[in-house]
Design a protein around this ligand. Structure first.
Ligand code: ATP
Length: 516
């Protein structure tokens, strides 16, 4: 199946099975805003729990925070968002579509990278076992030319971004002969800057300075509370503050389903360290976060680290964790070494000292900060992209059938188990209800008695339920049931009294955490 079709299927499946709906759908929807349905909200909560516990529970020196969406407008002046939280936008005059100029250029570079990969694959097939990829990429003329082309564009692009040179950014688009994917033409407007913050008014409209912003990131709530937490919690460096919450950005181009939304959720952790120690902690968090992702059991080839060529002027190291979505490798998480920029800015703008007194060094200073920042919604899309699977299976009568299964890591699955009486009589439904009444305190359970058992299994596969418990006549006699595993479709006969233990082990967060 091609990747575009796969992506369409994931979106359709999300809607059909209660994961994600378009916001205000009965009014034809609101662009780039989505609602999470009955299973979506469970998956989202489980992702948040996995992140939160990995931060706050597993690290003695990390604590949580829940700061408000609205903040004093000066916060956003100090952070640089009022002046510089812009995206360069460009319109195509024929299609009337609006694009982010930097994304058009990045997509162009990705297309050349795809060509390189194609050459490598072709050569690997031709040369078989003797193929030496490292040598091939530095000697093959076509690949070398492609690489030089990428390097040249990247250098121009980084310089243009650093110089804030919008004319040059447009010129790159013209020189690279980038077409509008919709109209196919190169009829572009000039590039303009567009601020991504949503504004709103507080209090009486007649007052002058009542404009405030919806926060475009959760991090600033952490920075302005850093001293409150340090003092009230008597925290010693290094320590971290973790927060999960909504953020809002008036994205120019809101495409790709929940990948880029105007209202979304972030999980951010700011880790405060001694100046000079930041490189060590940057590497530490890079490793930790990688392990967090890989503990989900996802093939590590689907991930890559993208080091930033263009660093924000205040950052001294930055890396993106990218995942190969059906539309290519894209950022899910950013890890940034932000120096003392944010705290110093708030110190200057507020006039309040934000220094930390270091007992060991016997001096005060503004700490440096390492940030890890991941979007809940992008992580959700990552899990769906990884999980969605169409399989041919053999039915008991020998015919082939197809099933759609969501192979969601069991500890994240919205519904953990379904209890299915084989027939609607002979006391089987009562027994099923009794089992649920016992297990529901620990797991999200579902009861289903409608349709044939095969169809019920298909339904649970499509939701991603890792375990189906089937009650049959033997169950009444000997208190055993079958447990069917979603991924292998194998079935075991087990005692009812063992169910809790079996399922607990298979969805144990403790086990996942012990791996890292
Ligand atoms: P992008 O380059 O894709 O716009 P960004 O570099 O601006 O992302 P950050 O400001 O570093 O993103 O935000 C941290 C994380 O928040 C991102 O890695 C992403 O997972 C998430 N995120 C950012 N913008 C959005 C959005 N519009 N919709 C959903 N998630 C988002």
């Amino acid at each position: 199946m091609n990747q575009q079709d796969l992506f369409k299927k994931i979106i359709a499946h999300s809607k059909e099975y209660g994961y994600v709906f378009q916001s205000s759908e009965i009014y034809d929807g609101l662009s780039a805003v989505y609602d999470y349905g009955q299973y979506g909200v469970e998956l989202k909560n489980n992702i948040k729990e996995y992140w939160w516990k990995s931060m706050v529970l597993l690290n003695e020196n990390i604590v949580g925070l829940d700061s408000s969406v609205f903040m004093h407008p000066k916060v956003w002046e100090a952070s640089g968002h009022v002046g510089a939280f812009n995206d360069p936008l460009i319109d195509n005059k024929d299609s009337k579509k609006r694009y982010r100029a930097d994304v058009l250029i990045e997509d162009y570079i990705q297309k050349i990278e795809a060509k390189i990969n194609k050459e490598i694959k072709k050569a690997a097939k031709r040369f078989g076992e003797q193929f030496d990829e490292q040598e091939f990429v530095v000697t093959n003329k076509r690949v070398v030319d492609y690489k030089e082309k990428i390097k040249a564009v990247q250098e121009r692009f980084v310089k243009a971004l650093n110089d804030n040179d919008l004319v040059e950014i447009k010129q790159i688009i013209v020189d690279c002969e980038i077409n509008d994917p919709v109209s196919g033409t190169k009829n572009w407007t000039d590039v303009r800057q567009f601020n991504l913050m949503f504004e709103t008014q507080v209090g009486s409209v007649s007052e002058d300075s009542n404009t405030i912003y919806l926060r475009p990131e959760t991090a600033q709530g952490i920075f302005v509370n850093y001293l409150n937490i340090q003092k009230s919690g008597r925290m010693k460096l290094p320590f971290g503050i973790a927060q999960i919450g909504k953020a809002f950005r008036n994205e120019i181009v809101a495409r790709q389903f929940i990948f880029r939304m105007r209202e979304f959720e972030q999980m951010e952790m700011e880790f405060f360290v001694r100046p000079g120690d930041e490189q060590k902690w940057f590497e530490f968090w890079k490793e930790k976060r990688k392990k967090w992702h890989l503990a989900l059991g996802i093939d590590d080839k689907k991930y890559r680290f993208h080091e930033h060529e263009k660093l924000a002027f205040y950052a001294n190291a930055a890396v993106d964790i990218e995942y190969e979505f059906p539309f290519g490798f894209k950022e899910v998480e950013g890890i940034h070494s932000r120096t003392d920029y944010d705290l110093t800015q708030h110190q200057n703008f507020s006039g309040k000292k934000l220094q930390y007194f270091d007992n060991e060094l016997n001096k005060s200073y503004v700490p440096y900060v390492i940030e890890t920042s991941i979007g809940v919604d992008r992580m959700f899309l990552l899990i769906l992209s990884h999980s969605y699977c169409e399989e041919k299976i053999k039915k008991e009568n020998g015919e082939t059938d197809q099933r759609v299964v969501l192979r969601i890591p069991p500890f994240l699955a919205p519904v953990k188990l379904a209890v299915l009486p084989l027939v609607k009589k002979d006391g089987l439904p009562d027994m099923a209800h009794n089992i649920i009444n016992d297990l529901k305190f620990d797991f999200n359970c579902q009861y289903d008695e409608k349709d044939s058992i095969g169809r019920r299994y298909r339904r649970q596969d499509a939701i991603g339920t890792p375990f189906c418990i089937t009650i049959d006549h033997q169950s009444i006699e000997d208190n055993t049931v079958t447990i069917r595993y979603r991924d292998t479709m194998e079935q075991d006969r087990v005692e009812i009294s063992k169910l809790n233990q079996i399922i607990s082990e298979k969805i144990s967060l403790r086990k996942v955490f012990k791996e890292f």
